[in-house]
Ligand binder design. Structure first.
Ligand code: PEP
Ligand code: MG
Length: 874
């Protein structure tokens, strides 16, 4: 029979899948003999069973929960709901991967009107008892019943205003008692039911709420961003409460074994005396630094330092821990591998190798490739920064620089971002509901909250710049304004944030690209020595190509030649080519384009200094280059010596109902071979010229024909290319090695890859089009309706961001095998957007591709992801 509930003493650290990260680590700490309050874990399988059973906790599971509860009662000598000696528990979620702030916690479960009196009498502290009770009602109502926390805060504010006090801690026992009855009244009013008095009912409802929160909108979003499958489920941890808010010899805190912002090897954290856990994380009161604990609670501090050392050595990674001190005694409530900035991640990985705790491969596996992004992001221009005026200073919560327009709600931030604006989200404090708005922002500024507040933790994870705890700023969220030193800022005003210093600037400060630290080079050299896949880049300009080479690109996997056509006065010649009625006219226009293309290719070859360059021939539908409005048509007609009607007719005749499947790709070269001829002349002549100037580069161009679906089609275009290339070489009296290959981006090409490989000297998978055509989803429109698919759990991931390994992947694999069957040494690459996505890179490694190609800023990500794929699939 499946066992759905484990006491902490029955589990261990290896059981993450079943017990979740938190549960497994609590069990492990228990095993290591650390002071962990007793408890048990309801497994992730119970969560999945809950959904399989139509969202109810099966009787058998409830029975197991109550059996574990009896064990807990035996161990603690207390009883849930008992009038003499009541047990209170916390109920917390804990998935396999840590999902900070995504799931919910309930503390003090087990209190009712009778129990609260017992606690008051036993602790001789009625204020504490009623404070615990009101917190429980608030959390239970919010997490279990979905009542807004804010409404409870309003009640608290009203009571404080009535009594003329400022802080919660200024309220006495009677006032806390009044708060409890007002909370209950509000609960009844809103839910037409009394607050549940039976603690066993409270417990089951709380467990159920955690299961349900696995599927709330925030959790689904977080899973999507972090590639976490919904099938994992969450576990629930039920643990006997220890109290940090029972007096001045009590407290609670969070700490990291190393600095999560810089990686420095020094205990880093915060605590609050006489407070409960959520007070530290919520950032309502400003905490003290962990060093100060030495003076306040020396015994607990010494014990904590010792435990930190043991845990770090045990887990061989930086730990993020939560603890509570109850009457001077230390209790560990959680440990996990800590989230950290990208810079800290690299330093910690290198340091742990130097300290002999891990080897290089283990170090490579510790860093999330996507995190490297944060290192590559802009900083402020130093000169501009000198001129800018600091208007306020907060905590340097997450590094990087951001300039943007101010918005005060997550929804407004998202709307402005979708509108193409750069956004700085300004909030009193953030909560998990803000996560999408935070992701849409360049930077986040909060008035409240420490370094471990929600804003700080989440921003660091996202690699987004964040300044928190900036109480110089007086915010009016309702009026959408904030005031600093008498100056008021409104929605849409520009400000800038420096997440590395905590400075806030009242203007837009220019940013410059990132510079990379020494740890980066060292770490990436390990990745390069480990990976089997080569990493190329998609670049259309010498500038992008240069950037990519600086980031470690080993070649260009895709130059989209049409991107060069939109620039400056080129578009005029391109339009002339398109509206030509005869081949002759078209050749005249192409002759104007030729020197520009050739110049571009020369510049790119020079930057790449002999590294491979794959040039993709003209691909998009021609009408993309044409004017749309009558006004534009009139002006172009005049320029081209045509009448308005003539040009309008051409534009209309080029209209297609389905341009993505229309006259594009190699079909253009089939209709107008002279286009392919011109492009070949530019590619070959440019290579000959650069080789003449720099014989050491020895450029060998790779010509890539797009959108091929049949061998004969490729052969037709290839013949044009070869004929022209030979002509150019003969004219120059030189021989040049070059290759002609194709993109595999039409399902038919994947199916017939063995035949196509008879002509193609290389394949590059165009997974953007291949995904579009395999799913039949328009790559331009699918975003709109895919949301419904995620919500209804039909798909969990955007197939345009992450290769659909099951369907599209099957075609890729088949094509790779077909290609190799015909041409065993065929070079295979990928140049769709997926080439920079770590899970897709893992797939590319497994099917033995030669290289992945991605945008310049994703090159380091791809290098690390390729190394991880090699280690993972050893
Ligand atoms: C592709 O289809 O994957 C590709 C790289 O080409 P494009 O995005 O230019 O269509
Ligand atoms: Mg394509």
């Amino acid at each position: 029979m499946t066992k759905y509930v484990y006491l902490f003493s029955e589990g261990n650290g290896q059981m993450r899948e079943l017990l979740g990260g938190k549960g497994a680590n609590l069990a492990e700490m228990t095993k290591l003999g650390m002071p962990v309050p007793f408890g048990f874990t309801v497994t992730t399988e119970a969560c999945n069973r809950y959904y399989d059973d139509g969202e109810q906790i099966h009787e058998d599971i409830q029975k197991e929960i109550f059996e574990a509860l009896s064990e807990l009662e035996k161990k603690t000598g207390k009883k849930l709901g008992d009038k003499e000696n009541p047990l209170l528990v916390s109920v917390r979620s804990g998935a396999r991967a840590s999902m900070p702030g995504m799931m919910d916690t309930i503390l003090n479960l087990g209190i009712n009107d009778e129990v609260v009196e017992t606690i008051a009498a036993k602790t001789n502290n009625p204020r504490f008892a009623y404070d615990s009770y009101r917190r429980f009602i608030q959390m239970f109502a919010d997490v279990v019943m979905g009542l807004s926390k804010a409404r409870f805060e309003t009640i608290i504010d009203e009571i404080k205003a009535e009594r003329g006090v400022k802080l919660d801690s200024d309220l006495n026992a009677d006032e806390m008692k009044e708060m409890v009855s007002k909370f209950k009244e509000f609960y009844r009013e809103q839910l037409h039911d009394d607050f549940p008095t039976d603690p066993r009912v409270q417990l089951i409802k709380a467990v159920e709420a955690v299961f349900m929160s696995w599927n709330n909108e925030r959790a689904i979003y977080y899973r999507q961003v972090n590639d976490i499958p919904s099938s994992w489920g969450t576990a629930v941890n039920v643990q006997s409460m220890v109290f940090g808010n029972m007096g001045n010899d009590c407290g609670t805190g969070v700490a990291f074994t190393r600095n999560p912002a810089t990686g420095e090897k020094k205990l880093f954290g915060e605590f609050l005396m006489n407070a409960q856990g959520e007070d530290v994380v919520a950032g309502v009161r400003t905490p003290q630094t962990i060093d100060q604990l030495k003076e306040v609670a020396p015994h607990a501090y010494d014990q904590f330092v010792k435990i930190c050392g043991i845990l770090e050595n045990h887990y061989k990674d930086m730990q993020d821990m939560e603890f509570t001190i109850e009457n001077g005694n230390l209790y560990m409530l959680q440990t996990r591998n800590g989230k950290r900035t990208a810079a800290a991640a690299l330093k910690i990985a290198c340091d742990l190798v130097d300290e002999g705790l891990i080897n290089e491969e283990e170090a490579l596996m510790m860093v999330d490739p996507k995190q490297l992004d944060a290192l590559l992001h802009p900083q402020f221009d130093a000169d501009e920064l000198k001129k800018a005026k600091v208007i306020a200073k907060g905590l340097a919560a997450s590094p990087g620089a951001a300039a943007g327009q101010v918005y005060f709600t997550a929804e407004d931030a998202i709307a402005a971002h979708n509108n193409g604006e750069k956004v700085v989200l300004v909030r009193l404090e953030t909560s998990p509901e803000d996560i999408q708005g935070m992701a849409a922002s360049e930077g986040i500024l909060t008035v409240r909250g420490g370094m471990t507040s929600h804003a700080a933790v989440v921003a660091r994870g996202m690699g987004t710049c964040c300044v928190s705890g900036c109480d110089d700023v007086k915010i009016n969220e309702e009026a959408k304004t904030f005031t600093v030193n008498g100056v008021t800022y409104h929605e849409k005003d520009w400000i800038s944030l420096d997440g590395s210093t905590g400075n806030v600037y009242g203007e837009a400060v220019k940013t410059v690209p990132a510079t990379i630290s020494g740890y980066f080079e060292r770490f990436m050299s390990w990745a390069d020595n480990t990976r089997k896949l080569q990493v190329r880049t998609n670049a259309d300009t010498p500038r992008d190509a240069k950037q990519a080479v600086e980031f470690g690109a080993e070649g260009i996997g895709l130059v989209r030649t049409e991107h060069m056509f939109f620039e400056g006065d080129r578009i005029r010649a391109v339009r002339e080519m398109i509206v030509s009625k005869t081949e002759e006219q078209r050749r005249v226009a192409l002759a104007k384009i030729l020197p520009m293309q050739q110049g571009d290719f020369e510049a790119i070859y020079e930057v790449m200094q002999g590294l491979p360059v794959t040039i993709r021939y003209l691909d998009p539908p021609l009408h993309e280059f044409l004017p749309n409005t009558d006004e534009e048509i009139a002006s172009l007609a005049e320029e081209m010596n045509m009448t308005f009607d003539e040009l309008k007719n051409v534009v209309v005749s080029l209209h297609e109902f389905n341009p993505m499947m229309g006259h594009r790709g190699c079909r253009l070269a089939v209709s107008y071979p002279e286009i392919a001829e011109m492009q070949t002349e530019a590619v070959i002549q440019a290579a000959i010229n650069v080789n003449k100037k720099h014989p050491e580069f020895d450029v060998h161009p790779e010509i890539m024909i797009p959108l091929v679906g049949d061998k004969a089609e490729l052969k037709f275009v290839k013949n044009i290319v070869v004929k022209k290339a030979e002509e150019v070489m003969e004219k120059n009296g030189v021989h040049l090695d070059y290759k002609v290959g194709t993109m595999i981006e039409i399902p038919r090409a994947a199916l017939l890859a063995d035949e196509i490989a008879e002509e193609a000297e290389f394949f590059s998978f165009g997974t953007n089009d291949l995904t579009q055509m395999t799913f039949g989803f328009s790559r331009d429109d699918a975003g709109g309706f895919l949301k419904d698919y995620y919500e209804k759990k039909i798909y969990e991931q955007d197939p345009f961001a992450r290769v659909d390994q099951k369907g599209v992947g099957k075609l890729i694999k088949m094509a790779a095998e077909g290609g190799r069957a015909t041409r065993p040494d065929i070079k295979l690459g990928i140049c769709g957007e997926h080439g920079g996505d770590p899970s897709s890179i893992d797939f590319c490694h497994r099917i033995g591709l030669t290289y992945v190609s991605c945008s310049p800023f994703r090159v380091p990500i791809a290098r690390l992801a390729a190394a991880q794929a090699a280690i993972r699939n050893k």
